[in-house]
Design a protein around this ligand. Structure first.
Ligand code: ASP
Length: 303
C-alpha cells in the first residue's frame, strides 16, 4: 500500500527530509517515537535556518542531512548499518538543480559523507568517487574518524541477529533532504550505510545520480530510500523528473507513477520530492518512513 504525505505549493522556501523507509513504527514505544520526532525536527530546523536566511537550497539540504548523519538513530554515518564483515561502508550524493552533482561510495573514514559528496561536486571534475583517499579528504578540510565511530551497539545487535537469521523485516534505512530556496533553485542530498549485512563493496542507489538522488530546477528534487537495487534498475529518481518534463503530469502523478512501477517490480521503499513550484510529496510503500517537512514555515514530522 502506498502512503503519501504532502504539503501544498507555498510561496516561501520548501524543504522535506526522510530518515529511511525501513521504519517500523508499530515496534516503537512512545519514548522512542518522541526521540525520532525530536531528531527529525532538529534536521528540518537546521535546513529552515538556512532557507529563512536566504541561503541556497544546497546548504539547506546539507545542513539537514548533517543532523541526521550525526544522530545514531538513522542509517547514515554514526549509526550506519554494518556490512557482512561488520564495518560501515557509506554512500552519499548531492545534486543541485542547475545540473552539478557529486557522490561518494564505500567511504570508511569521513565523519560526514554528505560533505565528501559535496566536495566531489565542488572540488573535482568528477561525479562519483569510491572511498576517496585520506589525503584528499584532508585537503577538502573534512573531519576524519576511525571506523569505530560509525558503529553503534544497536547496529552490532542487528547484524548478529541477521547472521543468526533471527531477524526478518526491513534491513534498510537512509537519510535525505530536498529543498527549494527563495531564488527557486532546487537541491537534493542523500546519505546511507546501505543495507545491513550487505556484501562488502556493495553500492546502493543513494550515490547514483538519477537512481537515489536527483535535482533539476525546471522539474523536481528527489531523494529516495529503500532496497536500492530496484531503484537503480528503474533510475527511479530520474523517472519522476522524466514524467514531469515530458508529460503534463503533476508532481503527485509523477511520484505515483514511479512508485507504482517500483511496486510492480516488488521494490520496497519511498521517496521525498519538492517541485519547481515548492510543492512537496513524501511517499512510501513500506510500513513507515521517518520524515519531516516545512509547510508555510511550520515544521512537521512523521514517525
Ligand atoms: N537505498 C539504500 C541502499 O540501498 C538503503 C535505504 O535507503 O534504505 O543502499
Amino acid at each position: 500500500m502506498l502512503t503519501t504525505l504532502r504539503a501544498d505549493v507555498s510561496d516561501g522556501p520548501a524543504l522535506a527530509i526522510h530518515g529511511g523507509a525501513g521504519a517500523r513504527p508499530s515496534l516503537l514505544v512512545d519514548d522512542e517515537k518522541a526521540e525520532y520526532h525530536a531528531a527529525l525536527a532538529k534536521a528540518v530546523r537546521a535546513g529552515k535556518v538556512v532557507l529563512d536566511a536566504g541561503g541556497p537550497a544546497l546548504d539547506a539540504v546539507c545542513a539537514a542531512v548533517l543532523v541526521l548523519e550525526d544522530s545514531p538513530l538513522f542509517n547514515a554515518a554514526h549509526g550506519a548499518a554494518l556490512n557482512a564483515d561488520g564495518y560501515a561502508e557509506l554512500d552519499a550524493a548531492v545534486m543541485v538543480g542547475a545540473g552539478d552533482a557529486g557522490g561518494v561510495a564505500g567511504v570508511r573514514a569521513v565523519r560526514n559523507p554528505v560533505l565528501a559528496a559535496r566536495a566531489v561536486m565542488e572540488q573535482t571534475s568528477h561525479v562519483l568517487l569510491v572511498d576517496p583517499s585520506l589525503s584528499m579528504v584532508e585537503a577538502w578540510g573534512l573531519d576524519l574518524v576511525p571506523p569505530e565511530y560509525f558503529i553503534t551497539p544497536a547496529r552490532v545487535a542487528q547484524l548478529e541477529k541477521l547472521r543468526a537469521k533471527e531477524l526478518t523485516g526491513p534491513r534498510h534505512g537512509t537519510v535525505g533532504a530536498v529543498a527549494r530556496d527563495a531564488s527557486g533553485a532546487l537541491a537534493a542530498a542523500t546519505s546511507t550505510g546501505g543495507t545491513a549485512n550487505q556484501l562488502p563493496g556493495r553500492v546502493g542507489d543513494s550515490p547514483i545520480i538519477g537512481a537515489g538522488t536527483w535535482a533539476a530546477n525546471d522539474t523536481v528534487a528527489i531523494s529516495c530510500t529503500g532496497v536500492g537495487e530496484e531503484f537503480m534498475r528503474q533510475a527511479l529518481a530520474h523517472s519522476v523528473h522524466a514524467h514531469l518534463k515530458h508529460t503534463d503530469a503533476t508532481l503527485g502523478d509523477a511520484v505515483h507513477a514511479a512508485m507504482a512501477d517500483l511496486g510492480d517490480a516488488d521494490g520496497r521503499g519511498g521517496l521525498i520530492a519538492v517541485d519547481a513550484r515548492g510543492g512537496i510529496h513524501l511517499t512510501y510503500n513500506t510500513e513507515g518512513m521517518f520524515s519531516g517537512w516545512l509547510d508555510r514555515g511550520e515544521i512537521h514530522t512523521h514517525v
